[in-house]
Design a protein around this ligand. Structure first.
Ligand SMILES: NC(=O)C1=CN([C@@H]2O[C@H](COP(=O)(O)OP(=O)(O)OC[C@H]3O[C@@H](n4cnc5c(N)ncnc54)[C@H](OP(=O)(O)O)[C@@H]3O)[C@@H](O)[C@H]2O)C=CC1
Ligand SMILES: O=C(O)[C@@H]1CCC=N1
Length: 270
């Protein structure tokens, strides 16, 4: 018998996951979705051939529930779901900050919970998803989460104590690279290049650098040294990055993201 999976709160990350699961071979007839707005539910049905249902029906019908609402909406969603979740359902949360304990306290006793932090490159099957087991989750539950999130990229098991740090690094990580590309494109314009050419130069440089980071087996320091010629252009730029404290800014930025993830643990966003 095929396993049914429901994505509850199918927004940006839920849709990225759903689309990747279908590309990865999941049958749309085994996938249920929930949405707050009827027009959004209809959009998902038309686009993917999946079945929109209400949250209680998803809890009753699917073997695995993937919760992808905002942390601030998680309390209300779980309150609505809890009376309908049988003890053998696997509940996977993809929300920043929300702990497995938060969900276990609100779901019927013994329901297995797994916490996952994916990222938006799920849309191109290049996600990084970090996975942690709650107190009732078995190896089989973790494998189910790996199978689902493995259909949109790489997965890594981490202790839950590292989830907030991983959220800062890989959950939010793509945004930092987009921010850099945006800033470097502005620099290209300052240097007199048309915006579209500056954009193309930076994007291809980013792709080349990313593939080398992944495939060359070299340390990032070595890769940077290979670009940095004596008395050349790159060291002039690096000196300015150091003068402006870019390394320290990145460390502080990721620390702030980690702290915000911890704050979101309460589920009310305050
Ligand atoms: N965006 C990202 O890069 C990543 C996000 N995440 C996590 O994923 C979660 C969602 O983020 P994101 O996709 O960006 O946010 P979105 O707002 O795009 O998605 C959340 C969706 O949940 C819907 N929703 C809210 N409450 C309910 C409910 N009770 N029943 C059904 N649907 C509901 C919202 O409806 P409506 O449209 O009406 O508001 C919305 O469509 C967050 O917890 C975030 O921490 C994790 C990794 C990366
Ligand atoms: O910004 C956020 O809170 C979410 C979680 C990780 C990426 N986006």
């Amino acid at each position: 018998m095929s396993q049914k999976v429901a994505v509850l709160g199918t927004g940006k990350i839920g849709e990225a996951l759903l689309s990747g699961m279908i590309r990865g071979g999941w049958n749309p007839s085994d996938l249920l979705v929930t949405a707050r707005r009827p027009e959004r539910a209809e959009e998902l049905r038309t686009r993917y051939g999946v079945t929109p249902v209400g949250n209680p029906e998803a809890a009753k019908s699917a073997d695995t529930l993937i919760l992808t609402v905002k942390p601030q909406d998680m309390g209300a969603l779980v309150e609505e779901l809890a009376p309908h979740v049988p003890a053998d359902r696997l509940v996977i949360s993809g929300a920043a900050g929300i702990t497995t304990a938060f969900l276990e306290e609100r779901l019927p006793a013994g329901v297995p919970v797994v916490r996952v932090m994916p990222n938006t490159p799920a849309l191109v099957d290049e996600a990084m998803s970090v996975i942690s087991a709650g107190s009732h989750a078995t190896a089989a539950h973790i494998e189910t989460a790996e199978q689902i999130f493995g259909s949109v990229g790489q997965t890594l098991r981490v202790p839950e104590s590292q989830q907030d740090a991983c959220t800062a690094l890989s959950g939010s990580g793509p945004a930092y690279f987009y921010y850099l590309v945006e800033a470097m494109t502005d620099a290209g314009i300052l240097l007199g290049l048309p915006r579209d050419k500056a954009h193309d130069l930076i994007v291809q440089s980013a792709i080349g650098a990313a593939v080398m980071l992944r495939d060359s087996g070299e340390h990032p320091v070595k890769l940077r040294e290979n670009v940095t010629s004596p008395a050349g252009t790159t060291i002039s730029a690096i000196r300015e990055l150091e003068n402006h404290g870019v390394r320290a800014a990145l460390i502080a930025a990721l620390e702030a993201a980690r702290d915000r993830s911890r704050e979101l643990a309460s589920g009310n966003g305050n």
